[in-house]
Design a protein around this ligand. Structure first.
Ligand code: NAD
Length: 509
């Protein structure tokens, strides 16, 4: 329960913390204890307008600065982040619940994009064609869009915003970040870091809030683009609304990721990787593994191996281990009590639909943390592919094993799903792996790699209802998304050779 002394996380507007005046807040929990540790401000129209006005100003200043000066600020941000990242990891663990080493991993993957962004001058260079027609040159410029919106989910409060804002800022834009209201403090910490790095006020704004803040950004004509990551129904709404309002939009949605295991695979390696990818971050990753598709006859043996490994997993407070003397748990709690109930309900559905619950995490309690939102690693066998527990995203530590007769049946099942975020094949057969990468309708594919999140210089994004829009996150596509190209056709007249009057459509000669 919160009380009058519960601190409130406000906004970051005009280069400073900004207390909310809306009178609306939402609770922020420590999921390991169940306590409300903070409230987060939910922006109203006045605050949304103030954020946009400041960002507009920030854009004017920042886009006029030389690339060399902008680059120095990004290098400084990277250096400060690298020096202080343990502070940030502690914030992530406190509000999200993931274990500290995993929070550090999230920051490392975000930092990769900051590092890519330090090289932005090379990535936003235009092109030049000399003498395309007699005396005429054509060249292209890549200019920033202006004020851009980033709306992020709870599960990666650092990494997902970093998929977008380093590149957007490097390219000369001003960013308004609307973090998840479930873990908003990391965004304010990053804003302070930008200030310390020398970013002009208004170039990075944090607007906390709910649907009202999101709709405010979607409907504001000053906001040129929206980068969204979250669940599929909201991603679709964001895509449609932003596009209707004439904005550039990339909206990444949910997932249901499958691992296809061929009978020739090393089953110990597969079991290890299934555990890591299925239960890491308590399954609250869009690239988490949800389904192991075992090509028979390996399912029984694989289930035994996974079961054995689950027995060694420790579930607990993710902050444990910070002192370096106690053992860090393998997975922490889920984000909220509501989400815990939702995950539990999916296991009920699986059971009702005839699935065999091999390991049941529904009743797990962690000693000393009885009010935490913990859910134990759960393993389900023989679930019908008609069950909602199979077709829908669960987003918890629940792994399903589905038995298939052949490679083809596995590929067909993966391709028939609504999502297309990530997938993996485990095999020693190079030909089968090559066929898999060609035939599978999924945006990111692992070959003996369970969570194939591309590095910063390749782009991240799924297919089908895992991504609405034309541009993936980061990589070259990120730079293309956050710039618009202008083509210039130029003639400097040679007074001796000008062509006189000609009313025809320009032709090259
Ligand atoms: P969510 O869709 O509930 O929320 C995402 C953002 O949208 C938040 O900032 C939230 O405030 C806002 N929002 C929520 N409801 C809204 C509404 N009705 N109108 C406008 N805005 C609204 O998602 P979540 O629960 O925070 O995150 C988990 C989901 O994100 C999972 O589905 C997961 O797969 C997905 N995800 C996808 C990727 C990816 O790369 N594809 C990455 C991370 C998470």
């Amino acid at each position: 329960m919160s009380n009058a002394t519960t601190p409130v996380v406000g906004h970051w507007i005009d280069g400073a913390r900004s207390a909310s005046t809306s009178g609306r807040t939402a609770p922020v929990h420590n999921p390991a204890t169940g306590e409300v540790i903070r409230e987060v401000a939910l922006a109203n129209e006045t605050e949304i307008a103030a954020a946009i006005a400041s960002a507009q100003q920030g854009y004017e200043t920042w886009s006029a600065m030389s690339m060399a000066r902008r680059q120095a600020v990004i290098f400084k941000f990277r250096e400060l982040l690298n020096n202080k990242k343990t502070e940030l990891a502690a914030i992530v663990t406190e509000e999200h619940g993931k274990v500290l080493s995993d929070a550090m991993g999230e920051i490392a993957r975000g930092q990769e994009v900051v590092e890519l962004a330090t090289g932005f001058p090379h990535l936003i260079k235009g092109g030049f064609s000399e003498n395309v027609s007699t005396g005429i040159d054509v060249y292209t410029l890549k200019q920033p869009l202006g004020v851009v919106g980033v709306i992020s989910p709870f599960n990666f409060p650092v990494m997902v915003p970093m998929w977008f804002f380093p590149i957007a800022i490097a390219a000369g834009n001003a960013v308004i970040l609307k973090p998840s209201e479930k873990d908003p403090s990391a965004a304010i910490w990053m804003a302070e870091l930008w200030k310390e790095a020398g970013l002009p006020d208004g170039v990075f704004t944090v607007l906390n809030g709910d649907k009202q803040a999101v709709d405010g950004l979607l409907n504001a004509p000053e906001v040129q683009s929206i980068s969204f990551v979250g669940s599929t129904p909201i991603a679709q709404y964001i895509y449609e609304t932003a596009a209707k309002n004439g904005k550039r939009v990339q909206a990444l949605g949910g997932a249901k990721n499958h691992m296809l295991v061929l009978p020739d695979a090393d089953l110990d390696l597969v079991a290890d990787q299934a555990i890591n990818a299925g239960y890491g971050a308590a399954g609250e990753r869009c690239m988490a593994l949800s389904v192991v598709l075992a090509v028979e006859p390996v399912a029984d043996e694989l289930i035994e191996k996974i079961k054995e490994r689950i027995g060694n997993l420790v579930v607990g407070n993710g902050a444990t281990g910070a002192d370096g003397t106690t053992r860090e748990p393998d997975l922490g709690p889920l984000i909220t009590a509501e989400h815990r109930a939702k995950v539990s309900n999916y296991v009920d559905i699986a059971e009702a639909d005839g699935g065999r619950i091999v390991i049941d995490g529904r009743d797990l309690k962690v000693d000393g943390h009885e009010d935490g939102f913990f859910f134990g690693p759960t393993l389900i066998d023989n679930l019908s592919t008609e069950s909602r527990a199979y077709t829908e995203e669960i987003f918890g530590p629940v792994l399903q094993v589905i038995r298939v007769k052949s490679f083809e049946e596995g590929v067909e099942l993966i391709n028939s799903g609504q999502f297309g975020n990530g997938t993996a094949i485990f095999t020693n057969d190079g030909g089968a792996a090559r066929r898999f990468q060609h035939e599978i309708h999924v945006g990111m594919v692992g070959i003996n790699v369970p969570i194939p999140v591309p590095v910063a210089y390749h782009s991240f994004g799924g297919w089908k209802s895992s991504l609405f829009g034309d541009a993936k996150a980061y990589g070259v596509q990120g730079f293309d998304f956050f710039t618009r190209e202008k083509a210039i056709t130029s003639r400097w007249l040679d007074p001796a050779k000008h062509g006189g009057i000609n009313l025809g459509f320009p032709q090259n000669d």
